[in-house]
Ligand binder design. Sequence first.
Ligand code: ATP
Ligand code: MG
Length: 256
Amino acid sequence: MNWMIRAKNVFKTYPNGFQALKGIDLEIADADFFTLLGPNGAGKSTLLKVLSGLLRVDQGEIKINSLNPEKHFLQIQRFLGVCSQDNDLDPTDDVISQLIFQGRLFGMTYKEATKRAEELADLFMLNDEVKKKAQDLSGGNKRKLHCALALVHNPKLLFLDEPTVGMDPLARDNFWRVICHLNQSAGVSIFLTTQYLEEADKHASHMALIIQGNLHFNGLVKDFKLQMHPESSLNLEESYLKYVRSLTEKGENHAV
Ligand SMILES: Nc1ncnc2c1ncn2[C@@H]1O[C@H](COP(=O)(O)OP(=O)(O)OP(=O)(O)O)[C@@H](O)[C@H]1O
Ligand SMILES: [Mg+2]
């Protein structure tokens, strides 16, 4: 098996003493469409940040395409695209300039970067927005720009942290067409976090469920659904609700 992501016994405590990850083990195959689910505050964005090398782990081992995110940070950034949950865009620069700048950062000539920027603006239906400053974009269009920026250098691994929040239905449909095409035709590995479980259900083959920094499930989406209800065909959202409600009922967890 070709592993794109391998994490073993990963712990992360923030400087204020809060332990966000409590021993996470995860293996994600190359070209997989994987989704990480869990309630607000479960540790999804934290895990995404440690896997992409943006945060240091306290303990544990991480390999991204056989490379260590702390030791080989720059090497990994060349094939990694990250659409983080926060829209950390340059507020005063316009859409097309930000896309071109991103391409230049990845070593493209001005001509190549402009071509790629125009391609992505078109792909993400941002054609009417290209001259607007990021701060003047609507919420959904900010998310589109963020995702477009993550794709400029044709990454082979994409981290998408709640990418479609605020996008209208047509934009979301378009977004998933783009992402699924990359996954299916170009073998791009997808690591998605989302609270829109119908999106995860529709597109992901593997999933993990994290609650209060602990892994509760890791495997095929269809196996999670089967585990929750062997005889009927519950969808992922129903299965998820059944699982987290059972924890609350058992009094095992108050944060779900
Ligand atoms: N910089 C920080 N300092 C201290 N605690 C933090 C910091 N960032 C996140 N946390 C805490 O770590 C926990 C996990 O946060 P994280 O953002 O990873 O959750 P999440 O699963 O992505 O949630 P959401 O679904 O709301 O995006 C939360 O309790 C959060 O308050
Ligand atoms: Mg998050």
